[in-house]
Write a protein that binds this ligand. Structure first.
Ligand SMILES: C[C@](O)(CO)[C@H](O)COP(=O)(O)OP(=O)(O)OC[C@H]1O[C@@H](n2ccc(N)nc2=O)[C@H](O)[C@@H]1O
Ligand SMILES: Nc1ncnc2c1ncn2[C@@H]1O[C@H](COP(=O)(O)OP(=O)(O)OP(=O)(O)O)[C@@H](O)[C@H]1O
Length: 289
């Protein structure tokens, strides 16, 4: 049997860090939403009792370091599954970009194996398991739009953003999430208004959403990689309505309300960055069911 799952990327419309915890993680309050930029994960039964990763992207590990491998191993061990699976990952989401590509592949693997192995688990069960793999995996199990708290694994679905376009530009550098959190100085951060953003989404207020976008990790990554600031500047100059770095970066995204404005922003950025995408928001609930 064969199961195909879509693994969409996320962006953070708002990302606040409250404190550092005893376990080394940081307590966050952030708003994540799914966009129409997705990897494809194909799961196929194989006769040897093993997990095989197939990916033609040289930046993606094909062994136990792959988050999709870890997702399959977790289900196999937890539910004593004596079956093999081949996991083919077709990457579209840039790697180490702040877009949760690996986390979304892991989440898609959890959803897909739940079907392939007929485990009968709910999305809540899968999200709980996903938290054992990484902080962003729980959100990626559900997709949609959510307020994420704890270390990012506590998910509350909220209203989706209005229909608009998202332009993404990923500079050639990769960023380590652990390094960015380590270099964050909580004494000096400007906290974004996360609750204001929840309200703006509820009221479907596009201009308010644009004005409230904020990410406390942005300054840290900008200090480490000044070229990210340049991309932000260019994206504003070419006409995006609001511009922010996603997650720990380095990808910068810009919101564009009118399709007529899109070519100017997209083509303008292509002069600065190899990896530029123009996609739709995909923040509605239950898109992955
Ligand atoms: C930046 C975000 O992508 C925003 O959505 C997430 O907070 C990071 O999620 P992630 O990549 O799934 O992170 P994990 O794989 O769980 O953790 C990677 C590293 O980031 C740091 N980390 C991550 C999440 C968190 N709430 N606090 C942290 O300090 C830890 O040093 C951890 O070892
Ligand atoms: N399925 C996968 N796809 C991409 N990278 C993976 C995968 N599994 C493991 N990795 C490893 O994880 C690292 C981070 O990649 P990923 O694309 O998930 O980062 P990210 O988008 O910054 O994640 P996040 O936004 O959750 O912090 C990569 O350098 C790669 O070695």
């Amino acid at each position: 049997m064969r199961v195909l799952e879509k693994a969409p990327a996320k962006i953070n419309l708002s990302l606040d860090v409250l404190r550092k915890r005893q376990d080394g993680f940081h307590e966050v309050r952030m708003i994540m939403t799914t966009i129409d930029l997705a990897d494809r994960v194909e799961l196929v039964d194989i006769s040897p009792n093993e997990i095989r990763i197939v990916s033609h992207n040289r930046f993606v590990p094909d062994d136990q370091r792959n988050l999709a491998y870890q997702a399959a191993k977790l289900l196999k061990d937890r539910f004593n599954i004596e079956r093999g699976v081949s996991i083919s990952i077709t990457k579209t989401i840039p790697v180490a970009a702040g877009l949760a590509g690996g986390s979304s592949d892991a989440a898609a693997t959890l959803r897909g194996l739940n079907k392939l192995w007929k485990l009968g688990l709910t999305l809540d069960d899968l999200a709980k398991l996903g938290a054992e793999i990484g902080s962003d995996v729980s959100f990626c199990v559900y997709g949609g739009t959510a307020l994420a708290t704890g270390r990012g694994e506590m998910i509350q679905q909220i209203d989706p953003p209005p229909h608009c376009w998202v332009v993404l530009a990923k500079p050639t550098i990769g960023v380590s999430t652990a390094d960015v959190y380590r270099n964050l100085n909580l004494q000096t951060v400007q906290h974004p208004d996360v609750d204001g953003m929840v309200n703006a989404l509820h009221n479907n207020h596009y201009e308010k959403i644009c004005s409230l976008m904020g990410n406390v990790l942005e300054d840290v990554t900008l200090r480490m990689h000044p070229e990210v600031a340049n991309i932000k500047e260019q994206m504003k100059r070419f006409g995006a309505d609001a511009v922010l770095m996603s997650g720990s970066g380095p990808t910068v995204f810009g919101l564009v309300q009118y399709e007529s404005r899109l070519p100017r922003v997209y083509n303008g950025l292509r002069g600065f960055c190899d990896q530029v995408f123009a996609v739709r928001m995909l923040g509605e609930r239950n898109i992955l069911d």
